[in-house]
Ligand binder design. Structure first.
Ligand code: 1GP
Length: 241
């Protein structure tokens, strides 16, 4: 069976761009899942990511069970906390917030997660996660109590992403933050991509097809979009297969 990661690698080599729809369990109502996922299925989306900054225990699992009734797309946890881990998903981005210096998000939460992960069949994908400043405080910043890297500090961004790769992380995710007022600049995306030999995920503040295509053109292998779909499901109509 092909793994989620292997499929990402294969797509990256073939320069087939990937799109993850991010669903925040705190914001998605169970009764809305069926129609939302039918839009996802008709779109170019290749993955569903599930996670949020603040989600109550059990909510993520119930939501994923519902999503699975309606799609064959891989469901990957993008957890804001250990309590969001559930065996009902297919995989998990095992995130290290390497832009920050809070030990809890570099190793603490990971140690806490091990006993939960041991009982699951989740595909665990070690991911270096970099928060880049976008002009306003994001929930990742508030919850993790870390500062993002400034957009102007390009060398620090590049060195941090490369350090993640050298530490053995399998993906690098550069994040402007959910609902960011502006997405990561194409110049940053292209420089990070040049630096890396592993796939690059880009997310935060992407609200139009033009921005999506610009992120792909700059070198994003997989783009994550949440808020634009949450606010207006008709956005999917621009992204039909
Ligand atoms: C957030 O990168 C994701 O973690 C998606 O951001 O909600 O702004 O699309 P948006």
């Amino acid at each position: 069976m092909n793994s989620i990661y292997q499929n990402i690698i294969t797509s990256t080599l073939k320069i087939e761009k990937l799109l993850a729809v991010l669903i925040d369990p705190d914001k998605m109502k169970l009764e809305a899942v069926s129609s939302f996922i039918s839009k996802v299925n008709q779109s170019i989306a290749t993955h569903i990511f599930v996670g949020g900054s603040e989600v109550d225990e059990g909510v993520t699992e119930t939501l994923i069970v519902e999503i699975k009734k309606h799609t064959e797309l891989p469901i990957v946890l993008f957890p804001g906390d250990v309590i969001q881990i559930t065996n009902k998903a297919d995989g998990i981005l095992f995130l290290s917030l390497i832009s920050g210096r809070n030990p809890e998000y570099l190793i603490g939460k990971h140690v806490e997660a091990v006993s939960k992960l041991k009982g699951t069949n989740l595909e665990i994908i070690p991911t270096g996660y970099l928060l880049i400043e976008n002009g306003k405080e994001t929930s990742v910043e508030r919850v993790s109590q870390t500062k993002p890297i400034k957009r102007s500090q390009i060398q620090t961004i590049l060195n941090t992403a490369k350090a993640g790769e050298l530490l053995g992380m399998k993906l690098i995710y550069i994040e402007a933050g959910s609902g960011a007022s502006h997405s990561i600049e194409p110049e940053i995306i292209s420089k990070v991509k040049e630096e890396l030999n592993i796939p690059l995920i880009v997310g935060g503040g992407i609200r139009s097809k033009v921005e999506l295509e610009s992120a792909y053109k700059a070198g994003a292998d997989l783009v994550v979009i949440g808020t634009a779909f949450e606010k207006d499901v008709s956005f999917f109509d621009n992204l039909r297969k």
